[in-house]
Every structure is written in structure tokens, then in C-alpha cells.
Write a protein that binds this ligand. Structure first.
Ligand SMILES: C[S@@+](CC[C@H](N)C(=O)[O-])C[C@H]1O[C@@H](n2cnc3c(N)ncnc32)[C@H](O)[C@@H]1O
Length: 213
């Protein structure tokens, strides 16, 4: 059901969430996670974001998960990479060089499949998850990444003004989901652009999540 909703968005090219350039909250704040070249970043619900290319260009190993095969294949084509494709349970694993993308359901992905993760980059992933599934999403993300540090980019707006997705994820909710596992800092907030900015004065917020020791 959920999968069909997203596949229809891709089929009909209703992908307003896709940005024409790497997200500047990513490029500005990821250094605060202290990653070094060669370390690995996991990108849940990654779409075909140019953020993936930008992370690769920093010398990082990048792993992502995305329902839509066409989006996954487009990222490899953009990179000029010919991936090895392997069926792993319910998911297809595409891998070439420093890039591994799983086509299929994020919730079906195991820690073994993801491998070692030094940081998580969530942009428009938590906000894409139905409100009733958020707790399961955050728990699963922590489980398969061993509660890695995280840069989380989402939106905060009056949910009565617009139906999600993207759903509003206010700071209180970030606290509820992650305060048991991470120290949470608001790195930056700014007025969102595009449709969500016009319709509901949404704030785009970047949160830094540091694992509690
Ligand atoms: C709002 S988009 C964000 C995509 C990307 N992070 C970006 O910034 O462009 C959410 C994406 O998650 C994918 N998606 C939603 N639920 C998923 C799931 N359970 N497993 C894998 N992908 C999923 C959708 O197909 C869609 O491409």
C-alpha cells in the first residue's frame, strides 16, 4: 500500500522532493559529525538525491535504501558506474565502487546487509514516514546502524494547513523519537522554499544527533 503510493509518485514524476542541487544544510553541517574520507554514511529513503553524489565526492562510502529501482539505477548511471546487482531476500542490492544502494523496503533491511555505519544522513526520510510508523522507523534505523550519529533534515509546519507527506516533524517529536539514544542539537533552521514554504511557512530544520555514551 505504502510502496504503491511512492511508486505512483515516481511513475507520474511527482517528485517535488527531489532537489536540483545538494542540500546546503547537508554541505554546511555534515562536518560537525567529524567524518573522515573512507568512513561510511547510511542514507535511508534516499530517492535519487544529488546528496548521494556529494557525499561520494567527499570520499565517503555511501549506502542507501529506496523503493524505486529506476531512481537507484539513475544514481549509478549519473556516477558512470556499472553496478553488480544481487537479490538479497526481499531487496535488490546494487553495488559499485563506494556506492551501495538497496532497492526495496527500508524496513526489510538488516544490520548485516547495511554493514558498518559511521553516520546517518536523513533528508526528507523521517518526514516521508506515516506518523503511526515513526517510532518503528527510528527504532529500526537505530538498530541497523548501531545508533550512529545523525544529521537529520526535516520540516516543521502547521499540519492542519497541508496533508503530508512530507509530514511535519517538530522538535518535540525529534526529542521523543531520539532522546533515549542521542543528544539532540538544532544546527540551523530556515524558511523552507518550494511548495511547502509557500503553502505553510514551513521551517526546514537540521538536527545533529550524537549518540549518548
Ligand atoms: C520524500 S522522498 C525523499 C527522497 C530523498 N531523501 C531526497 O532527499 O530527495 C522519500 C523517498 O523514500 C522512498 N520510500 C518511502 N518509503 C520507503 C521505504 N519503506 N523503503 C524504501 N524507500 C521508501 C520513496 O520512494 C521516496 O523516494
Amino acid at each position: 500500500m505504502e510502496q504503491e503510493f511512492w511508486q505512483a509518485r515516481w511513475r507520474e514524476n511527482r517528485i517535488g522532493f527531489h532537489e536540483a542541487a545538494p542540500n546546503t544544510l547537508l554541505t554546511k553541517h555534515i562536518s560537525r559529525l567529524g567524518l573522515k574520507a573512507g568512513q561510511s554514511v547510511f542514507v535511508p529513503l534516499c530517492g535519487k538525491a544529488l546528496d548521494l553524489d556529494w557525499l561520494l565526492a567527499q570520499g565517503l562510502q555511501v549506502t542507501g535504501a529506496e523503493f524505486n529501482k529506476g531512481a537507484v539505477e539513475e544514481v549509478f548511471a549519473r556516477q558512470g558506474l556499472e553496478p553488480e546487482v544481487v537479490q538479497q531476500g526481499k531487496l535488490l542490492r546494487y553495488r559499485a565502487g563506494a556506492l551501495t544502494l538497496f532497492a526495496g523496503d527500508f524496513f526489510a533491511l538488516s544490520a548485516e546487509q547495511v554493514g558498518s555505519v559511521d553516520a546517518v544522513y536523513d533528508r526528507a526520510a523521517l518526514v516521508a514516514v506515516k506518523p503511526e510508523d515513526r517510532t518503528v522507523y527510528a527504532g529500526h534505523l537505530n538498530r541497523i546502524t548501531s545508533t550512529a550519529p545523525q544529521l537529520l533534515i526535516g520540516f516543521d509546519y502547521d499540519q492542519s494547513l497541508m496533508q503530508g507527506p512530507p509530514f511535519s516533524v517538530p522538535g518535540g517529536l525529534v526529542q521523543t523519537l531520539y532522546q533515549g539514544t542521542h543528544a539532540i542539537t538544532l544546527a540551523e533552521e530556515r524558511l523552507a522554499d518550494g511548495r511547502i514554504g509557500e503553502r505553510c511557512n514551513a521551517l526546514e530544520q537540521a538536527w545533529l544527533l550524537s549518540p549518548l555514551s
